[in-house]
Design a binder for this molecule. Structure first.
Ligand code: ARG
Length: 471
């Protein structure tokens, strides 16, 4: 950070009245936050401008004084944005920097702005504005990824793959159905972000340091001016609440958990053993020693960065644990955690959309894998159920049939009626027709099932939903 200018040097710290010794350099360095909370500058300028307007109604500022302050604040905002204004770490945080620059610019009138306000209600409002905005940005990125999933699902609508439980082949599913499962997860993530946004949408100005304020601050008007849906109802809670920040990091953690599961599968499927997909060279890396390697590093990093976001969630919860009311400086530790969590999620969602959009699907491999491994055994058991055999008995019969196939190195699909009849008299010729992966998926014809018609419906619904929300 730059050295203090001559002008600010003259001004002592804005709170230094009762101190006889100036702050130790080490303490200044230890407590400074402006190198990261500068990120809130636009919100801080915005709320200060709104506050300068309210102070007219409260009888603290004249219209001219307010206009002077607003003009200066606008210029300071531009100066910070363009980098022309060098922020000073000895002024602690973004709030003190802006206020000091304001006083430098307009003199004594600038000293009136903080009337009835505290950095405690100020930072809470800034931070809530930040969280509100970030919820929308993350939602947009989730929607981009959902669009990529829909496009791939539409393109590969008919491709069949094995579905797994316990990482063992279970039943055939459509690859598009699989992709739509992630679509649903991201849909829930969006809903969670909507909740976080509405919890953050509460304006805390007027809470003062902790007890409220002596001035007639039009809190409702101020909230309206700043686009907040509500005002806080208890000043102590307002200045010490960081639930909204934890909510955002929790929502980010959930998104990362979903992306991490997706990553894991892409990594496994890109392996030679599965070979279901190939990631584009652009989103892969090589090995510095083994010339043949092509590694899925973007997916691995996405999986790995999940740890960082979970860490921030635990970090924030721990910062808050045991904090007495109201404001404590511990709360300053909130911002880096939230910034890092939200940046990580945004970066991961971005790279993920690109990686998925460019991957190649090895449909032949998926198809082949769905054909062996007795994936239609359950369909065969259901055939017997439909012919009057209780399910548990049918399960036992098909279990034996699978053991027989395993011994004789056969797939279910190639069993003749004669062979089937050795296990149950109930089998008729139509039983041989339900053993393919194709007929298995066709049979899952209900809402939420993997039948092609149902998946097409799901994609259509999803498309409609996405377009409605984009508009
Ligand atoms: N930089 C501080 C924070 O982020 C602002 C509030 C400081 N308040 C105080 N009374 N020291 O929490």
């Amino acid at each position: 950070m730059a050295k203090r200018t001559k002008k600010t040097e003259k001004n002592k710290k804005l709170w230094a009245g009762r101190f006889s010794k100036s702050m130790a350099k080490s303490a200044e360095v230890f407590s400074a936050s402006v190198h990261y909370d500068v990120r809130l500058y636009k919100y801080d300028i915005g709320q200060s401008i709104a506050y300068a307007k309210t102070l007219i109604k409260a009888g603290v500022l004249t219209t001219q004084e307010s206009a002077k302050i607003i003009k200066a604040l606008t210029e300071i905002g531009k100066g910070i944005g363009s980098g022309k204004i060098k922020l000073l770490s000895e002024l602690e945080d973004i709030h003190m920097n802006i206020e000091t620059f304001l006083i430098d610019k307009v003199g004594n009138v600038g000293k009136k702005l903080h009337s009835g306000r505290s950095r405690n209600d100020q930072v809470a409002t800034d931070f809530r504005m930040f969280v509100r905005a970030e919820c929308l940005l993350v939602t947009t990125l989730l929607m981009n990824l959902q669009t990529v999933l829909l496009e791939l699902a539409e393109k590969q609508i008919k491709v069949i793959m094995p579905g797994y439980t316990h990482m063992q082949k279970a039943q055939p599913i459509l690859f598009s159905h699989y992709l739509m499962a992630y679509y649903e997860m991201f849909e829930r993530d969006k809903k969670r972000l909507e909740c976080v946004r509405s919890e953050a949408d509460v304006m805390t100005l007027g809470s003062g340091a902790l007890a409220g304020t002596n001035f007639k601050i039009d809190r409702e008007g101020l909230a309206k001016e700043l686009g907040f849906a509500q005002i806080s109802k208890n000043s102590l809670d307002a200045v010490s609440d960081r639930d909204f920040a934890i909510d955002l990091v929790a929502a980010c953690s959930m998104i990362m958990m979903h992306l991490s599961r997706f990553s894991e599968e892409l990594i496994i499927w890109a392996s030679d053993e599965f070979d279901f997909i190939e990631l584009c060279d652009q989103y892969s890396t090589g090995s510095s020693i083994m010339p043949q390697k092509k590694n899925p590093d973007m997916a691995e990093l996405s999986r790995g960065k999940t740890g960082r976001v979970y860490g921030h969630l635990m970090g924030l919860l721990t910062v808050m644990k045991g904090l007495p009311l109201a404001y404590n400086r511990d709360l300053q530790e909130d911002k880096e955690a939230v910034f890092s969590a939200v940046d990580t999620v945004k970066a991961t969602l971005g790279i993920f959309a690109e990686m998925v959009a460019t991957l190649t699907v090895n449909t032949a491999k998926m198809d082949k894998a769905a054909k062996c491994g007795f994936l239609t055994a359950t369909d065969l058991a259901y055939y017997l159920v439909n012919h009057g055999v209780p399910f548990r008995e049918a399960h036992e019969i098909i279990g034996k049939l699978v053991a027989y196939c395993e011994e004789s190195n056969m797939q279910l699909e190639y069993l003749s009626l004669q062979q089937l009849k050795q296990f149950s008299e109930k089998f008729g010729y139509d039983a041989t027709k339900i053993l393919s992966a194709q007929s298995s998926v066709l049979a899952k014809d209900l809402v939420g099932g993997t039948a092609p018609g149902r998946v097409k419906e799901a994609i259509k619904r999803a498309r409609k939903n996405l377009t409605a929300h984009k508009a």
